[in-house]
Design a binder for this molecule. Structure first.
Ligand code: IMP
Length: 424
């Protein structure tokens, strides 16, 4: 296997960071191919917690080359801050980190417009991270975006910036904001350009060369399939292809070359931001999951909405990505429960349905049909062999696997790197 992908099967926050960290041991390259600093991938090494927003989670493995590919919307300020934080924690960064020259840049006006759009939507807001992700991708597709490579042609960069700001400042002023200065941003970004220069390269070419040399590449999906711009709960989605569909365009790797796709599924469901969530628990059970699971946004700190595992949605994601195996995360968070519910169908307009609806209005009206399974009520966080899990815990996992028709490969039972089980 030379190309493996890790994809979230829910609304993000599935625990992809930990799974990528585990799989990085057997990888030469780890690649982020979509999203931007809206992601928050957490890896816990002993007492140290790392939250990576833009730098791939493979960075904690010396010898692994990390790539921020063309499909990522790149915020240099965030990147440099994160880099600094990693260096301060003793992580060695030397010829192991690369940024695509084709990646689009996030500018302060993207963030300002993100905020204005959200406040204009009022109660109908998306609940974005406010990091300018949507406005940056909008510019990319409107062909007015500015890419990393443009920073190295200052005259052209300034011209594009001027044109963009003449339009953006109208929107910013109308939204009650203070117009932004071309000169300030120009100087600031040239300063960033000098700092990021050693990392900038044609990453597509680099990955092609790596493949020719039979190197192992791990693609790190950000957000989750249900937040995908095409197949997610539109418009309550992020602005990129957060599923395996985004790999080809986001990294410049042909879909024909992908060997294995691991779908990451949290043992229960969470969602941060707005949008329908059929299995949401607005009660003490939901609050307990939030508290025990530490369900607060790694990027924004917002409390995540919590609920039961939704296998209608998970099956949709598993099929969409054609996953080969499932990595279950946070199984330990359910250990306190006597009974665990799992949605296996929806009731919609008096009918039982098994398909995930395209319209959010329909999804909002779906009521989950649950199967109830016994809990295991035992601490499983110290277990490191699959067969040592209690019968009830294994039954829960088997039920998921059978329903999705996909084998389980990894089970995570705690935040730390060592807390996982491999199912053989
Ligand atoms: P945006 O990506 O900031 O535009 O936000 C769009 C939606 O995606 C919002 O509901 C966010 O809360 C959600 N979102 C974006 N990134 C993540 C993530 O990494 N994990 C979970 N939700 C996310």
């Amino acid at each position: 296997m030379s190309i493996t992908c890790v994809i979230g099967l829910q609304w993000g926050d599935e625990g992809k960071g930990k799974i990528v960290d585990l799989l990085s041991r057997d990888s030469d390259y780890v690649v982020r191919y979509q999203g931007g600093s809206n992601a928050g991938h957490t890896v816990v090494l002993g007492k140290e917690k790392f939250v990576l927003h833009i730098i791939p989670s493979g960075i904690l493995h010396p010898g692994v080359k990390c790539v921020i590919a063309n499909g990522v919307v790149f915020d240099p300020r965030q990147f440099l801050g994160e880099l600094d934080g990693l260096k301060k924690k003793g992580i060695r960064i030397k010829k192991n980190l690369y940024i695509s020259d084709r990646a689009h840049l996030v500018f302060p006006y993207h963030k300002a417009i993100d905020g204005i759009r959200e406040s204009r939507l009022g109660k109908k807001k998306i609940g974005t991270t406010g990091l300018g992700i949507g406005p940056c991708y909008s510019d990319k597709f409107a062909r007015t975006g500015i890419r990393v490579i443009d920073l190295f042609n200052p005259a052209l960069f300034k011209e594009r910036l001027q044109v963009n700001l003449s339009e953006k400042n109208v929107v910013i002023s109308a939204g009650g904001g203070k117009p932004l200065s071309t000169q300030d941003i120009y100087q600031q970004y040239l300063h960033y350009a000098r700092q990021i220069k050693p990392y900038v390269t044609d990453t597509r070419l680099m990955l092609e060369d790596a493949l020719r040399r039979k190197k192992r590449i791990l693609l790190e999906g950000a957000q989750g399939s249900l937040l995908d711009i095409d197949f997610g709960t539109y418009p309550f989605v992020t602005s990129s292809n957060a599923d395996a569909c985004g790999i080809s365009s986001g990294a410049g790797i042909s879909a024909r070359k992908i060997d294995k796709i691991t779908g990451v599924l949290k043992a229960y469901a969470t969602r941060v931001g707005e949008g329908p969530f059929p299995t949401e628990l607005n009660d003490a059970l939901g609050e307990n999951l939030r508290r025990i699971g530490g369900e607060y946004g790694a990027t924004t700190g917002r409390p995540r909405r919590c609920g039961w595992l939704d296998l209608v949605a998970a099956k949709y994601s598993a099929q969409l990505n054609d996953i080969d195996s499932i990595a279950i995360t946070k199984l330990d968070v359910l250990s306190h429960l006597k009974k665990i519910k799992v949605a296996v169908a929806y009731k919609y307009n008096g009918k039982t349905i098994h398909e995930f609806p395209a319209a959010v209005e329909a999804l909002a009206r779906c009521r989950p049909v649950y199967r109830e399974l016994p809990g295991w009520q035992a601490d499983i966080s110290g277990i490191n062999r699959y067969n040592d899990l209690s019968v009830a815990a294994r039954k829960y996992l088997d039920f998921i696997s059978q329903h999705l028709g996909v084998p389980i490969g990894i089970v995570s039972v705690g935040a730390e790197r060592k807390r996982f089980l491999i199912k053989r």
